[in-house]
Ligand binder design. Structure first.
Ligand code: FES
Length: 133
């Protein structure tokens, strides 16, 4: 992603009011934890492509997103630079501490962070999404 696009997304995200900038509106969804697996019912998503869960004991929320191929990806919203909790700005996970940026898949887009976010294996069936802790 080039800098102009990132800047534009950031500006749109900061102008978000209510549900206008949909990718910036990320909500926690209900979940259960069973046998080391987070289970999220698709019926609880209300069509959301991006959402968060925070299981008990987690150092930060887990950001879950669905890509165009209907595959889910899940990353820990904890910066790999100095462990600040990330926030979603546009379609980028941004660190409020020193400005690192990450893709929804956890790849580093901007330093100072050099390591990708912690990723969790995610899968789904007709009714549920499963994230392996
Ligand atoms: S803690 Fe995130 S960039 Fe430094």
């Amino acid at each position: 992603m080039n800098n102009d696009r990132r800047k534009f997304i950031r500006q749109v995200g900061s102008l978000a009011i209510g549900g206008l900038a949909l990718s910036s509106c990320v909500h926690y969804v209900p979940h259960n934890v069973r046998d080391g697996m987070i289970v999220i019912r698709k019926s609880d998503l209300e069509g959301k492509r991006n959402f968060m869960v925070r299981p008990a004991g987690s150092a930060a929320p887990i950001f879950v997103s669905r890509d165009d191929k209907e595959q889910y990806q899940a990353v820990l919203m904890l910066c790999t630079h100095k462990r600040c909790t990330l926030r979603l700005v546009g379609d980028v996970l941004e660190c409020p501490c020193h400005g690192s940026e990450f893709s929804p898949a956890g790849d580093v887009l901007s330093e100072p962070a050099e390591q990708a976010l912690s990723r969790y294996a995610a899968s789904s069936d007709t009714n549920n999404i499963y994230i392996k802790l």
